[in-house]
Design a protein around this ligand. Structure first.
Ligand SMILES: Nc1ncnc2c1ncn2[C@@H]1O[C@H](COP(=O)(O)OP(=O)(O)OP(=O)(O)O)[C@@H](O)[C@H]1O
Ligand SMILES: [Mg+2]
Length: 407
């Protein structure tokens, strides 16, 4: 397996490439070590340990943290190793990791679980509960337990009836089962979708955004241990520059995914120039390329005033919550007003709001145009002129803080 990968990378890389095993920088690559996440793996191990003694309880753990903080990679690594460890000791324990964006309903999720367990369950004509029962009965026949990790659970909870969420944490009551055979790991960015089942959650593990130092170690691990690059083909200072760009302590987002992507791009830029090593300058250009919008929006945001920033933040939030990205100014204004009140700022009146939107349009951060004539007449439709990234959001957040402190 390993050999095959090396063979392929040899064919794919040009003779000048700085890369050795470029696939070690793939988004889904599972590294051997997880720098700075060992404690979280240990925490998970402690929480799930009772299962190893066949204390088949239902353990519901929430793994919470912002984008790129290592939730998915840590849970996958833990789950796979834990299940292997259990099986080596004769305990039947399965681990499944599914993403709610891919399997959107509980039914679809359960049928995928059934498939992965080889449960041989007819895929048609069952209700969700019946599907769950089948999975459960399969586990019962095998005297097994399942740890079911549901990734992007916030998305699931928002897109599905609340009953589906409560069912997951209370299935044994609802179906009157004595033995609890399914435990859950819910991965999410914020806790609000699970407040309804708060008392059913065994533990919440917080993943903080990475600092520059932590990102540096994560990147160096990929460079050296996972051999993403040829020996000596990356300047340490180039890695440091990337780590410093995204470290939370240096006003970055603390997102490891962005850091890894930037390192990969720096390698590509070096290759394109047939440079023998990835130098600081390559890293700088990679940073600029990954987030060109960051600098454009950054410039504009510097000159926005508090209420413009609040309006901008409102449009970003609306876009994140909805599948549409154009909003009538009235909708934006309403949301902005309550957001302003919430933080104790007097919301500005309609004409002022309109002027702010026009100014932001001039600065190139939003688009604003007249709607066609509908039943309610014409209105101004507002949308973002950029796609929001955690960096941009953080920058706006910081500017809001500064503006408020200054007023
Ligand atoms: N501690 C770590 N060590 C090594 N690689 C890491 C670590 N943390 C994150 N990564 C890598 O960074 C990328 C992002 O991590 P991951 O996908 O786990 O983030 P996430 O918290 O699930 O983010 P999202 O909420 O966006 O899904 C992955 O490629 C992962 O392998
Ligand atoms: Mg993830």
């Amino acid at each position: 397996m390993k050999l095959l990968v090396e063979f392929r990378s040899l064919l794919e890389s040009s003779s000048f490439s700085v890369f050795e095993l470029e696939e070690s920088l793939d988004i889904n690559f599972l590294p051997k070590f997880l720098p700075w996440r060992e404690n979280q793996v240990k925490e998970l191990a402690v929480l799930f340990k009772p299962l190893l003694f066949r204390h088949f309880d239902t353990i519901n753990v929430v793994v919470k943290g912002p984008s790129g903080s290592g939730k998915s990679v840590t849970v996958k690594r833990f789950g796979e190793e834990f299940a292997t460890y259990a099986r080596e000791r004769g305990i039947r324990l399965f681990f499944t990791h599914l993403n709610a964006r891919k399997h959107k309903t509980l039914y679809l999720m359960l049928s995928e679980v059934a498939k992965q367990l080889n449960a041989n369950i007819p895929n048609r004509g069952l209700s969700t509960q019946e599907m769950f029962k089948k999975v459960y009965e399969h586990l019962e026949r095998k005297n097994a337990h399942l740890i079911f990790a549901i990734d992007e659970f916030d998305y699931f909870a928002r897109a599905n009836p609340i009953d589906d969420v409560t069912f997951l944490t209370r299935y044994y009551d609802e179906l009157r089962y004595d033995t609890k055979r399914v435990s859950f790991i819910f991965l999410l960015k914020d806790l609000s979708p699970v407040v309804e089942v708060k008392d059913q959650i065994t533990s919440v593990i917080d993943f903080l955004p990475y600092t520059s130092r932590e990102l540096f170690d994560i990147l160096i691990d990929r460079v050296k241990n996972e051999k993403a690059f040829k020996e000596g083909a990356v300047e340490e200072e180039a890695v440091r520059l990337i780590a410093d760009t995204y470290g939370i302590d240096k006003n970055g987002s603390g997102n490891a995914r962005l850091a890894i992507e930037t390192l990969r791009l720096a390698g590509k830029i070096a290759d394109a120039e047939e440079a023998p090593i990835v130098a600081v300058d390559h890293a700088k250009r990679a940073v600029a390329k990954i987030s060109p919008e960051l600098s454009i929006v950054g410039e504009a945001v510097k000159v926005l005033q508090l209420h413009e920033l609040l309006l901008l933040k409102t449009v970003i939030n609306l876009q994140k919550e909805n599948s549409i990205n154009m909003f009538p100014i009235g909708v934006v204004e309403e949301r902005y007003s309550s957001a302003a009140k919430e933080i104790g700022e007097e919301p500005r009146k309609h004409t002022q709001v309109y002027e702010y939107v026009m100014r932001m349009k001039l600065l190139g951060v939003v688009h604003a145009s007249q709607s066609g004539r509908g039943t309610r007449g014409r209105t101004t439709i507002v949308s973002l002129a950029f796609s929001p990234t955690p960096e941009i959001e953080r920058m706006i957040e910081l500017r809001i803080k500064d503006a408020r402190a200054g007023s």
